[in-house]
Design a protein. Structure first.
Lengths: 290, 334, 250
């Protein structure tokens, strides 16, 4: 029982991390908080589903196409809407939130509700680990997530675009004077964030069905993890998803499934009381800001 | 021939702007017109509308109050995405007092206004130190999580909610009470925000360190603003509970968070009047769109995005400008 | 001068990460004194002020004001004791007219009761204060929104906001930087007048000429350490000070 819970808690943490990493990346680089993040997650899942079931594209190809499509939508959103309100935090939030609403509620309106809207698992197989059944998909998620984080790290630290990303994240104006086109980089960051949402959807959605409500849950989970970890800090997000993931799974097993959200809420409030900028927040605290 | 648009204050504005220059009925009307108009509209509208549209007017008042509550917070440097928290707190407080203690609505509504305000303020105290986006994120999350908590603990009626609550004596009282509250909040808080106290709140929004450097405890002031705003929201919730004679998880729904923001965005922030104007436009519009079903929320979203990008100052500021100034084209080059 | 000092700074230190911004700085300040703090860029002058006024928490060391330990108090509490300051990077309320900028400090608990509370009372006081620091009343500059004011007026606005609090100790953080000679010349008499009124003043300055002309005492910081303390002429003869200033220009 205990070991099983640990295994599932670890998987839960990894799922949370996958959900939050894109939001965190976009915010960390360009300061844009993309509240359409959950909508992108669902959008890509539905696009994959439509490609498979309406056109008959093979699963892996449609997943890749849908990731590219979502990244493209993210870029379009930045290029035509966000660019006009860039820097006005409130307007950015409202605009992206509005876009998220449009996407999610449009799917609901079209009637995309029900258990037939689901994606197949990659490999249908399961293991027994310490007396607990764990299916192949969940194992793959963990492996996949580790590879993804490594690739992201390599990308950010060993490519010229990654260097530009870090430059913009440090100081946008200084980066501008070095000839980095901040609008282009910000567009890339929003687009990459969207693509990461799509990637998360591709691997996580096969565990359940695609539902519109999940879009809001993904956004909430991403926000919760990012707030606890400290916005814009990758290490913080990893630690926070472990904290929240374990806390949620253990409450689920030992107290009751309905209590998981309370754990997240309490965790958020506790962390914020002790450290307003999150566990590893780079946002300087009040006394340090001058 | 090149032309340039020139914008000049109307003479009547310049003369009536100073109280000493008021010397004709026309000038007095010019000054008082914009203030009397909402008063008269709120007094007359219920009499001329049928029952269905009276209900719509009631929701206009409720959402107008929520929008005012949002605007007060936003002017005091706190951008909230969770007005539903205040609304729901007020609703549950009055619902519970009615259900468990059988108090009259005329006691539960004022009590719930204060209790809802206090509880919401205490819940958000830990995040008062956060600014901008951080505060917004936490306020978005809290009401959605409270729903789960009610679901999990099955307190206060759990998923079913509490029904069969006492209603107000007549629907005229409901309607006029809500409209009176709307006007009181509009004029009262406009005056407050114009006073030196409001100036401090606006100062926190502009530059919080400078306010600290003036020997003012910004957290204390922010907490006060938070209480005022959440009390307004809680009042709306408490009133609505007695109108529907029901309180349940939908009171924490996203609608109560989004529509007020949309109203302020459409009407224009920073004046409170814009918030009310926005509610007067959006709520009837959403009733008219009711036939579209789920597509309604899609329209909200589109509205939000359109106004944020195309008319960020909002309709109210646009109207104010037209009222006080005139424009003309002048030649700059032949 | 004798008696308990107004302000006592004891072994004050602050490090940001690995950088020692202020390193065991100690000095005393007596009532009615004008103390100049000078030093090359990055020598810890502004950080010292931030430490005294509570905007930055000290790593170690103590600050006493009128014998009370005020180390690590919140800035607003320190202001209420009677220490007010200006910021090197001006921090006006950009969306408000200049005179409303001054109303906010007038609303502070320290001076709130002294001016009438009726609508418009504080505006009148604010306009008087602004005229005192050189906002010409006829030109209506005080009614302009702060975001359109030129730097010279913004610096004076900072000064007006600090004076509005009726402080005993005023800390001027590079008030003269970015100002023309004429503007400096017009502000110096205001500072001299404040001294005559019995206020104590700390000036952080880059323009050594003005400081040496009006300061009673000068302390010199370099790399976060206090390297000299004394009357202006004496300090300028100090070998270490000469080295610090010449060295920084290599």
């Amino acid at each position: 029982m205990f070991v099983g819970t640990v295994v599932y808690a670890l998987i839960n943490s990894v799922i949370l991390l996958l959900m939050a990493i894109g939001f965190n990346l976009t915010f960390g680089i360009s300061g844009v908080s993309n509240f359409a993040y959950g909508a992108f997650y669902i959008l890509s899942a539905f696009v994959t589903w439509m490609l498979m079931n309406w056109i008959g594209v093979p699963y892996f190809l449609s997943a890749v196409l849908s990731i590219i499509f979502t990244a493209f939508i993210g870029a379009v959103m930045y290029r035509f809407i966000l660019i006009r309100v860039r820097g006005q935090v409130l307007s950015e939030v409202i605009a992206t939130f509005g876009i998220g609403l449009i996407i999610l509620e449009f799917f609901r309106y079209l009637g995309f509700v029900g258990i037939e809207y689901s994606l197949p698992v990659f490999i249908d197989h399961s293991f027994v680990i310490a007396g607990t059944y764990v299916d192949m998909q969940r194992i793959l998620i963990v492996v996949f997530c580790i590879v993804l984080i490594l690739l992201l790290w390599l990308f950010i630290h060993h490519t010229s675009i990654g260097l530009a990303f870090r430059g913009i994240a440090q100081d946008e104006r200084t980066a501008l004077t070095f000839g980095i086109d901040s609008d282009w980089i910000a567009m890339l960051s929003v687009s990459m964030g969207a693509a990461l949402a799509a990637i998360a959807a591709t691997v996580v959605v096969p565990l359940g069905t695609i539902s519109v409500g999940e879009g809001y849950d993904v956004l909430i989970n991403a926000l919760a993890v990012c707030i606890i970890g400290g916005l814009g800090s990758t290490g913080g997000v990893i630690v926070a998803s472990l904290v929240v993931g374990f806390a949620q799974r253990f409450t689920d097993t030992y107290i009751g499934p309905h209590w998981t959200m309370i754990v997240s809420l309490v965790a958020i409030l506790l962390v914020l009381i002790v450290k307003p900028s999150g566990l590893y927040g780079k946002q300087k605290e009040l006394e340090e800001r001058i | 021939m090149k032309k340039r648009k020139e914008r000049i204050d109307r003479g009547i504005k310049v003369r009536s702007g100073d109280i000493f220059a008021l010397c004709s009925w026309r000038e007095m009307l010019y000054l008082s017109g914009p203030r009397l108009f909402p008063l008269i509209a709120c007094a007359v509208l219920p009499l001329v509308l049928d029952t269905y549209w009276q209900r719509v007017l009631l929701s206009v008042a409720i959402f107008g109050l929520l929008a005012i509550s949002w605007d007060i917070l936003a002017q005091s440097s706190m951008v909230s995405l969770g007005q539903a928290l205040f609304f729901g707190m007020g609703a549950y407080c009055s619902g519970a007092m009615d259900h468990y203690w059988h108090l009259s609505p005329f006691i539960t509504i004022p009590l719930a206004t204060i209790m809802g305000g206090v509880i919401s303020t205490i819940l958000l105290l830990p995040v008062l130190r956060l600014r901008g986006i951080y505060f917004a994120m936490v306020t978005l999350i809290i009401p959605l999580m409270l729903v789960r908590i009610i679901e999990a603990t099955k307190i206060l009626g759990g998923t079913e909610g509490i029904s069969g609550l006492t209603s107000l004596p007549s629907h005229w009282i409901e309607l006029y009470l809500s409209l009176a509250a709307l006007l009181a909040a509009l004029f009262g808080f406009r005056r407050l925000m114009d006073s030196d106290y409001g100036l401090v709140l606006k100062g926190i929004n502009d530059n919080d360190r400078s306010v600290m450097n003036a020997g003012i405890n910004i957290y204390w002031f922010k907490a006060q603003a938070l209480f005022l705003s959440s009390a307004v929201g809680a009042f709306a919730g408490a009133l609505m509970t007695h109108v529907y004679m029901f309180v349940g998880m939908p009171v924490f729904a996203l609608d109560y968070s989004i529509l007020p923001i949309a109203a302020v965005v459409v009407g224009g922030g920073g004046s409170l009047a814009g918030a009310v104007l926005g509610a007067f436009i959006l709520v009837p519009l959403s009733e008219a769109l009711r036939a579209l079903g789920g597509l309604r929320i899609v329209f909200y979203g589109a509205f939000l995005v359109f106004f944020i990008v195309a008319l960020p100052e909002g309709i109210f500021h646009f109207i104010t400008r037209k009222y006080h100034q005139f424009e003309r084209w002048v030649e700059v080059e032949k | 001068m004798s008696g308990t000092p107004l302000l006592q700074v004891v072994e004050l230190s602050k490090s940001f990460g690995g950088v020692q911004a202020v390193n065991r700085v100690s000095f005393d300040l007596h009532k009615g004194e004008l103390l100049g703090i000078i030093g090359p860029n990055g020598s810890g002058k502004t950080t010292t002020v931030n430490l005294i006024t509570g905007f930055v928490k000290a790593t170690s060391g103590k600050v006493f004001y009128q014998g009370r330990d005020i180390t690590s108090w919140s800035p607003h509490k320190i202001v209420r004791l009677g220490i007010s300051r200006t910021f090197q990077m001006v921090k006006p309320f950009y969306q408000l007219p200049a005179f409303k900028n001054v109303i906010i400090p007038l609303y502070s608990p320290r001076v709130k009761g002294l001016v009438g509370g009726k609508y418009g009372d504080r505006s009148a006081v604010a306009l008087d204060l602004l005229e005192e620091v050189g906002f010409e009343r006829d030109a209506q500059v005080a009614y302009k929104v702060a975001s359109v004011l030129p730097q010279g007026y913004l610096k004076r606005l900072e000064l007006a906001k600090a004076i509005a609090l009726q402080p005993d100790l005023i800390i001027l953080d590079e008030l003269f930087s970015g100002l023309s000679l004429a503007e400096v010349a017009s502000i110096v008499p205001i500072i001299e007048k404040l001294l005559l009124e019995g206020k104590t003043i700390i000036m952080i300055e880059h323009r050594l000429k003005e400081v040496f002309r009006i300061a009673h005492r000068v302390i010199v910081l370099n790399y976060g350490r206090l390297i000299a303390d004394g009357p202006a002429e004496e300090v300028m003869e100090n070998e270490e000070v000469k080295k610090a200033y010449l060295g920084s220009e290599d």
